[in-house]
Ligand binder design. Sequence first.
Ligand SMILES: [Fe+2]
Length: 429
Amino acid sequence: MTELLYQSGFGNHFQTEALAGSLPRGQNSPQKGNHGLYTEQLSGSAFTAPREEQRRSWLYRIRPSVQHLKNLVETNLDLIKTGPDISNFSIASPLRWDPFPQISDRSDWLSGLSTIATNGNAALQLGGAVHHYVAALSMVDTVFVNTDGELMFVPYEGALLIKSEMGDLEVSPGDLAVIPRGVKFSVDLATSHTRGYVCENYGEAFRLPESGLMGINTNASARDFEFPVASFDNTERPTRIVTKMNGKFFETEIPHSPLDVVAWHGNLAPYRYELRNFSAIGPTVFDHPDPSIWTLLSSPSEKIGTANIDFILFREQWRVAENTFRPPWFHSNVMSELMGLIEGIYDAKAQGFRPGGVSLHNSFVPHGPDSEAFQKASNSELKPEKGHNSLAVMWESRYRWQPTTWAMGLTELQPDYSERWSGLPKKFI
Ligand SMILES: [Fe+2]
């Protein structure tokens, strides 16, 4: 594969053309498009949104999108659920899963996608979903467009090539990628198979969080977010398009590839980010800080500081705090936490949380270090030490995550998870 080029800078206004002279200069919609291209605007915010919220791109393409989504017929992708999901399992207990199973060795990214949990309501643009995917095949002549939410890919095994109408992104374990709502894409495998998590965000698009007293030079830096350059597919070959709208799936077939954008400019586009570019900060004197200091991207809600979904990264770090229980403490939080593990060992869980697994602790469900982690951290010598080489991620929401029927029926759901804390002795003297 030739090495892909990227443009960098979160929120930047980019311009890119795969064919010289295809991008209009100085205006958006000339009477005749260069090279006979059609002009099309893709907006990701209302036209009248405050300027800092405005997101849109102008696309110059071989055929307009109005030729793509016609003669749609409803189709089923049974394992992909959308909030509100009608399943009604208990959300009052802590839950954890071993790594999720292979669904089929014949699955591509879309057919291998299954929903772990949903919250909120896609029609009301509240909340989101967390899915798991396993793929052994590339999506051949199939393109997907999700109108319900943006999609955040977080692979933990194998590499992907996401071919979007605005250009291509390579994504491997240790990276994330986000495809905005309404952008068509296909997923090729860059390795023999791939597995990972996908967060679907129905709410406000992810953006860099407020940094407050931390200043501008820590956590994720805008310059490390990479956006594709334009590339296009001019093939005349039957292509299946699948779309999701308010949780329903529709499909059609058109006689050509819809990934035919030759040039584009604007600030709405897919992007990727290498997670180890995240410069985590932590306590240098004593006590364990709130995990919000590791927020990488945030989808805000109308309630200030109370996210629709925060994406939080826990990576290896030096621990130096004195007279401190260094892992996360016992807690019951108002926010609901769904965690995945990409690699390594997560601090607060000595056993049972493995890459590809998931833990779920909803609002006010008490949790914290398991018995073994508690004993170890309570008695270890507090010398400076670097934690395990690990990447753990969390999607934290103001709305409770509702697990799906599929997830609750898996043998990978650990029946004894609540017992992880039963070994904590009475220590009162
Ligand atoms: Fe927690």
